[in-house]
Design a protein around this ligand. Structure first.
Ligand SMILES: *Cc1c(COP(=O)(O)O)cnc(C)c1O
Length: 397
């Protein structure tokens, strides 16, 4: 096999048809660049949906992985391992929370947050058995498990997969009155994305999360921030909630927590919440394993030591300004924060993503009309300038 096409046809023979990828088969990655099987080089402007904030194959994380891979990889939580404590301390140190619970995929961490919040609701808020309610937003994306798709407003995510778990109430995003008006004595949590990434890089108004936080506090409702995509530097702060001077009760992280090496996720919160979890309540064979811990430690060190949040902030502002200068009748809006940017088009975005691919830029449409630009946070201005020229060519042609 030599060509992209041959590889695609081969994989399609064996793969479930659950994605519609761009027709490019990647075989190598380094930093912000990836190469396909025909040797063509591309700038990765999706970064594995923000799992690759540190760039492809970051040598420091690779080194940590290799070293740990030859020593000890999995103990299960039936025994302790000597790396997990250090990893969890690192998460607590950078987030300021007292406790953390490690899992693997983002969806599992969301499920973990739901379980912890519900148990807190029954044991601390004293909600009647099986009555706990969690509020979620329209247009949310929190993952793909049956419970999570059950509270999606996306018809396709749900169609054919019911019945769904009760206990969730949907309210419009960016609507604090709806939040306040729908809280009742059974409401135990409000789960929200600071920016709706998969929803099309939807930005709430300034002050929205701050107000949500006040409403939650007043009503003894846990504010659960899903920062799986917005966290770890992507939006120009370590966490997007910092823009609103708040502190969520439960924080959910994933994606860049491993720098793209391995599925690693976690929730973090203070002990008065986490203490409701007792041995046997929750777990995962791979969660907190020594290999994941070693990778996670290195991935977090890279984000902090290379000051990726600050870099995303400065470069993101500049890049968004430059995108706004592109004079194209196609562009409706450029929006985002840091290096999580959506360019909203008047037409379906897919053909433009295909044209960008031909010019050596990998970006993906989200919600049909939006092109998301979310390169690894290690990108430099001159590389973004290179991308801008091509983006401009495609959108002005
Ligand atoms: C990607 C994502 C998830 C799900 O993460 P997986 O690792 O794909 O399960 C959940 N929430 C948000 C905001 C995400 O962007």
């Amino acid at each position: 096999m030599k060509t992209n096409r041959e590889y695609v046809e081969f994989a399609d023979r064996f793969s479930a048809n659950n994605y519609h990828p761009l027709p490019v088969v990647l075989t190598r990655g380094k930093g912000i660049w990836v190469w396909d099987v025909e040797g063509k080089k591309y700038l990765d402007m999706l970064s594995g949906y923000s799992a690759l904030n540190q760039g492809h194959c970051h040598p420091r994380i690779a080194g940590a992985l290799k070293k740990q891979a030859e020593k000890l990889t999995l103990t299960s939580r039936a025994f302790h391992n000597d790396r997990m404590g250090e990893f969890l301390k690192k998460i607590c140190d950078i987030t300021g929370y007292e406790k953390t619970l490690p899992m693997n995929s983002g969806a599992e961490a969301v499920e973990t947050a739901i379980k912890v919040a519900r148990k807190w609701g029954y044991s601390k808020k004293r909600v009647a058995e099986d009555k706990a309610e969690i509020m979620v937003c329209e247009n949310n994306f929190h993952g793909r498990t049956t419970t999570i798709v059950g509270f999606s407003s996306e018809t396709q995510y749900r169609a054919g997969f019911g019945p769904f778990a009760p206990g969730f109430k949907m309210i419009p995003y960016n609507d604090t009155e709806a939040l306040e008006g729908n809280i009742n004595e059974n409401t135990i949590g409000f789960m929200v994305e600071p920016i709706q990434g998969e929803g099309g890089v939807i930005m709430p108004s300034d002050g929205y999360l701050h107000r949500c936080s006040e409403i939650c506090r007043k009503n003894n409702v846990l504010l659960i921030a899903d920062e799986i995509q917005t966290g770890l530097g992507r939006t120009g702060k370590l966490f997007a909630y910092e823009y609103e001077n708040i502190r969520p009760d439960i924080l959910i992280v994933g994606k860049a927590l491993s720098g793209g090496y391995y599925p690693i996720s976690a929730i973090a919160c203070d002990n008065y919440i986490m203490e409701v979890i007792k041995p046997g309540d929750h777990g995962s064979t791979f969660g907190g394993n020594p290999l994941a811990s070693a990778i996670g430690i290195a991935a977090l060190e890279v984000i902090i030591e290379e000051k990726l949040a600050r870099h995303a902030h400065d470069l993101g502002n500049w890049f968004m300004d430059e995108l706004r200068k592109i004079k194209s009748p196609l562009i409706l809006e450029v929006r985002g924060k840091g290096l999580l940017i959506g360019v909203v088009l008047k037409e379906k975005a897919r053909p433009y993503c295909e044209r960008l691919m031909e010019l050596g830029i990998l970006a993906k449409e989200t919600h049909e009309m939006v092109v998301r630009f979310a390169p690894p946070l290690i990108i430099q201005q001159k590389e973004l300038q290179w991308a801008l020229e091509r983006i401009s060519d495609v959108l002005c042609a």
